[in-house]
Design a protein around this ligand. Sequence first.
Ligand SMILES: *Cc1c(COP(=O)(O)O)cnc(C)c1O
Length: 224
Amino acid sequence: MSINLDNYHKIKSIADRYQASLIAVSKTKPLSDILELHHEGQLLFGENYVQELTDKFKEAPATIDWHFIGHLQTNKVKFIQPITKLIHGVDSEKLLMEINKQATKNNSISNILLQIYIAQEESKFGLDENELTGILEKYSNGNYSNVRIKGLMGMASFTEDQSQIKKEFTQLKQIFDRHKSNDDFDTLSMGMSSDYQIALDCGSTMIRIGSAFFGARNYANTNG
Ligand SMILES: *Cc1c(COP(=O)(O)O)cnc(C)c1O
């Protein structure tokens, strides 16, 4: 197991050039990999599985900011709400309500991104624009007062077709621009190892990079 530091420094400098944040996605990877990248100066790490995140959180230095980027089940919000800087994949109102409830209970504010469905695949999660409009309307009327909606997140189709990916990211950027109504709403999380350059060119402000840094994942290491 070792980190691809060349890729890390290359992608970090590209992200910097676009003034985009870089999330290192460490799901299924050992703490030693995280520490190695943290040592290079990386502060933001993303995880997909609740148990894995809570385990790593306990072991890792407090200087790391943790983002939850996976599909989150309502009954598990309580475990990650207190330890995450940003929850990316908020894909239902029910989930948003639960995050608000836990944040209220903990006397805190949770930063979240609403996940928008842009891919052509049934297996991906996300809201459509009507659902987004409904949620943002309630939010601007004072609902979810312990949640701060920071922007949107999306995943493009798993395809080699660059023009299809570009079309989907462009669509997400347009939705983002249409719904930006306050200064908090400043984050557009899109782009992964295979498509971050397209995402940045389409207006991404936050890319989520896993395999380009840590190598291919072995899912036998997880229970998620
Ligand atoms: C795993 C994952 C990533 C990182 O994917 P790579 O292709 O390994 O860069 C980014 N975003 C989400 C939501 C993920 O689940």
